[in-house]
Design a protein around this ligand. Sequence first.
Ligand code: MF3
Ligand code: CO
Length: 258
Amino acid sequence: MQLSKTEEEIDLLRLNNDLVSRTLAEVAKIIRPGITTLELDKRAEEFIRDNGAEPGFLGYNGYPNTLCISVNDAVVHGIPSGYQLKEGDIVSVDCGTFMHGYYGDSAYTFPVGEVAPEVQRLMEVTKRSLELGIEKALDGLRVGDVSYAVQQCAEANGFSVVRELVGHGLGRKMHERPEVPNYGYKNRGPKLVEGMVICIEPMVNMGAKEIYQERDGWTIRTRDGKPSAHFELAVVVRKGKAETLSTFKYIDEVLKVK
Ligand code: MF3
Ligand code: CO
């Protein structure tokens, strides 16, 4: 089974994932204590539509919004609401787009104002684990090499990795093969081949790895109530060095001057 994309398909995935990246930067501009998660969602939807795309998550398996916004002990799939962000919160914002028949999908965890040092470290380690995973998205390696790199980084820093939710291939569907777990063993799992497009998305908990789903049918939370961080980028498997289709550079530019 051929999982690689053509360069024409990758061009369309690049357009989508660049838009997702710029949408997350729009959210970065307005995120502050007092703003509601629904206001962030509205801004993202407007920006995506202004740029000729559709929100990729809206209506996906009945999902009701543009963003998944997961605060503190919420791991992923939090539904935007009237909740007002407050100083010290951490907020995973996950965004999808759809245009020209392909999807974009990325996520970033933002601090709201000053956060506790240990929470800051959780975010940094989670982002670092994603970067280390991306370094293994190379032709000739296996999915397990990516998974191992992510898990190793998270656990060596005293944190735990969520098992039930995984990264994935990205294309005409938001979730394609292969699954990309954030835990695993070197040299195991599907072979990575030039042109495969995968989303790597570590979900790292400060406490124990166990999670539960809220009664809203979506929100995933840590069992122990401790915070969790989540970062996601879409990358192309290449020879020598993975190519990132989404990027945090627009967010970095916004946060630098904020
Ligand atoms: N962004 C999520 C992922 O990476 C998907 C969200 S699905 C939705 O897999 F239904 F919540 F939108
Ligand atoms: Co994803």
